[in-house]
Design a protein around this ligand. Structure first.
Ligand SMILES: [Zn+2]
Ligand SMILES: [Zn+2]
Length: 281
């Protein structure tokens, strides 16, 4: 396996946190949700098997934590079959190089996200001028330069299947990033939405800190294509998920999910799209 990997040159620990940080929850017998500072990771697979994957890879500097959470659930020296990415923003790949080196497992992402993961392309600069709160204003400190995972990252199969996550299908949900994907399991209508929509108002430092539950569009300071983001939310709302797990904020289910996702879908421009910002035309 190619060990020539590096983070972007602006990669660093980001001192932000939330009341959810360090908390784990079994959402379903085969889905474990864990919060690293302000972002979620998911372990998908039953704990009594060795068949599981990690969805997303946390904040910079969180590899040890992720490994210990994994071993607590799946046993000493357990390792996932693969790491599956919703997208490549720094808060979703923060520990990925250490994890790939430790576990020696492949990483999968949408083909449109691969250039940002093999050192070819940097994400656009986060927009501190976007309508929103303190986190948006802090966003210039967030790393946006391309990370290079070399040959360790591969495109998701084009047929919608996900390696080592057999019951799920990936759905292309661009807007927040070009190759953003969400994962859906038809049998119980579980949705892992990534940052296509989230359940906390991520621009607002106080709401992030307290994890005040509020369905929200994708984090504003990093979203560059609002038209695509709107279509992606519509696509996900049409699936009528019963449980939604998002990159930021806590899980939503049942009627609360149905109502709030429907509201977001119908009023996307009002709720999600900022009134002003660099990526608003
Ligand atoms: Zn993101
Ligand atoms: Zn995120």
């Amino acid at each position: 396996m190619d060990s020539q990997m590096n983070y972007g040159s602006d990669y660093k620990y980001i001192p932000v946190t939330s009341v959810g940080s360090g908390m784990g929850m079994e959402v379903l017998p085969d889905i474990f949700h864990y919060t690293i500072q302000i972002v979620n990771i998911f372990l998908v697979g039953k704990p009594d098997t060795n068949d599981f994957v990690l969805v997303d890879a946390g904040m910079p500097g969180s590899a040890e934590k992720i490994i210990s959470v994994t071993e607590e659930r799946f046993g000493a020296n357990s390792r996932p079959k693969a790491i599956i990415l919703t997208h490549g923003h720094f808060d979703h790949v923060g520990a990925i190089i250490e994890l790939v080196e430790h576990w020696k497992v492949p990483v999968y992402a949408h083909e449109n996200e691969i250039p940002y993961l093999i050192g070819q392309k940097s994400y656009p600069e986060p927009d501190p001028t976007v309508e929103g709160g303190m986190v948006a204003k802090m966003s210039p400190f967030f790393p946006n330069e391309a990370i290079n995972l070399g040959k360790n990252v591969m495109p998701l199969p084009t047929d919608g299947s996900i390696p080592s996550m057999p019951e799920f299908k990936w759905i292309h949900t661009p807007g927040h990033s070009p190759g953003h994907v969400s994962f859906f399991r038809e049998s119980d209508r579980v949705l892992i939405a990534g940052d296509a929509f989230i359940t906390v108002k991520q621009e607002n430092l106080f709401k992030v800190l307290t994890q005040d539950k509020e369905i929200s569009g994708p984090p504003r300071y990093l979203t560059t294509d609002w038209k695509a983001a709107k279509e992606s939310v519509h696509k996900l709302a049409s699936l009528k998920p019963t449980i939604a797990l998002t990159g930021h904020g806590s899980a939503l289910s049942g009627e609360l999910l149905t109502e709030s996702l429907d509201k977001l879908d119908k009023n996307f421009d009002k709720i999600a799209k900022p009134d002003y910002g660099k990526y608003i035309n």
